[in-house]
Design a protein around this ligand. Structure first.
Ligand SMILES: Nc1ncnc2c1ncn2[C@@H]1O[C@H](COP(=O)(O)OP(=O)(O)OP(=O)(O)O)[C@@H](O)[C@H]1O
Length: 396
């Protein structure tokens, strides 16, 4: 029967691979919400690879959300991507069981989520470099006319030799009109751009927003908005300015601070127009930092990775064409109200803010019956009649 189904199906007749025969499964390295990933030895090439096998049913359900749009499969997209900061996919196909699989370079290292949490020497030394590497990876995505739609630390690995690699192309869509229409709100709640949450038209700027949230978190170990457990809190996320990163890190290079805050603007037109535009000030800041480190101006600068010292702060440069944005006006107003944040302890163990809102409830209610919903956490306890994602790391 299976054979007949396959024979008459419209699915292209890709040769099926018996992965158990071909791969020696050395160990499980990860379980995402949509897949299982193994470290495996490929008997065909002899190399050790990452073998990702997608959950059949969940993948079908995710694909059914794009019915009629002909969304390319994760593997089809992944094999086309060639960039030093995007994990290399060698091959994709179907297992004898009909699951999609990807064979990738195996990245020995850490998840960026771990480094955000640890704030260790690696992070202190390389944070800005990693931010730029991630931006370069997104730039490649955008130049190739894709939107990643799920930029967050969980989908980023950092190798033992300090190179960042973007992984997971499960939610990637082409940057073409049919995929930009209001509708699907797939992504990870805490990193989702307001226009995506509000089901408005999207663009590549949703990746710029998620990238800025990620950069904010890399530097501060916290998300830009307070914990969001109520509708009010999510509305705040959507409508009010996030805490200015410069207030949390007064010694942070203002170019870096401004770059991130502009990436978090509420309206896409107020954000950076392209990821390259956002990368420029970050690269400039890294250059300044490298020069300072090289010249060993002060002892402390040697361990100071984002040009933190006030004495070395470059003058804030604003283009004359910079108009005050909606957020900037809001920030000015809210500054008056704000209590001091100078005593904020960056190392304090902060529970990541949670996003919970009945703004998302229709989606979540749909998710209760919709097995296409991705989550790497056990199902959430309903806290109200309108359930919403409680974990910022949950893909919806
Ligand atoms: N190339 C790789 N090298 C090493 N480990 C990897 C690789 N790809 C994935 N992993 C591991 O497997 C985990 C899950 O991978 P991935 O994010 O691609 O799966 P997913 O099911 O799409 O996840 P989710 O949708 O929940 O984000 C990663 O967090 C990572 O730990």
């Amino acid at each position: 029967m299976n054979f007949l189904n396959r024979f008459f199906s419209k699915e292209p007749k890709t040769p099926r691979v018996n992965i158990k025969k071909r791969f020696e499964l050395i160990g499980r390295v990860g379980q995402g919400s949509m897949s299982k990933v193994w470290r495996a030895r490929d008997s065909q090439s002899g190399r050790v690879v990452a073998l990702k096998v997608l959950h059949k049913q969940k993948t079908l359900e995710l694909e059914s959300r794009f019915v009629g749009l002909n969304k390319p499969k994760e593997g089809e997209i992944a094999v086309q991507l060639n960039h030093p900061h995007i994990v290399k996919t060698f091959e994709h196909g179907l297992t004898t069981e009909g699951e999609q699989f990807l064979v990738m370079e195996f990245v020995e290292g850490y998840s960026l989520s771990f480094l955000v949490e640890a704030q260790n020497e690696d992070m202190r030394t390389n944070c800005l470099k990693y931010m730029i590497q991630l931006g370069e990876a997104i730039k490649h995505f955008h130049e190739e006319n894709w939107i990643h739609r799920d930029i967050c630390p969980r989908n980023i690995l950092v190798s033992n030799d300090h190179e960042l690699k973007l992984i997971d192309f499960g939610l990637v869509v082409p940057n073409t009109a049919p995929f930009l229409q209001p509708g699907n709100r797939t992504g990870t709640a805490a990193y989702m751009a307001p226009e995506l949450i509000k089901r408005q038209k999207t663009s590549q700027k949703i990746d710029i927003f998620s990238y800025s949230v990620t950069c904010y978190e890399m530097l501060t170990k916290r998300l830009p908005w307070e914990a969001a457990e109520t509708l009010d809190a999510v509305l705040q996320h959507i409508n009010t300015p996030p805490e200015n990163i410069q207030q949390l890190l007064p010694d942070l290079n203002p170019q870096v601070a401004d770059a991130i805050m502009k990436g978090l603007e509420l309206y896409p037109q107020d954000r950076w127009q392209t990821i390259e535009d956002m990368l420029k000030p970050l690269r400039a800041a890294l250059k300044v930092n490298q020069k300072l480190v090289e010249s060993k101006t002060t002892q402390s600068l040697q361990t100071d990775h984002f040009t933190l010292k006030a004495s070395s702060k470059p003058k804030r440069k604003r283009s004359v064409s910079d108009k005050p944005t909606h957020r900037a006006n809001q920030r000015r107003k809210s500054k008056k109200k704000n209590k001091t944040t100078d005593s904020f302890d960056l190392r304090q163990d902060q529970t990541p803010p949670e996003v919970e809102s009945s703004v998302l409830s229709d989606q979540q209610e749909q998710q209760a019956q919709d097995p296409a919903v991705k989550s790497n956490r056990p199902p959430k306890k309903k806290t109200s009649s309108k359930p919403i994602p409680k974990n910022p790391d949950e893909t919806i």
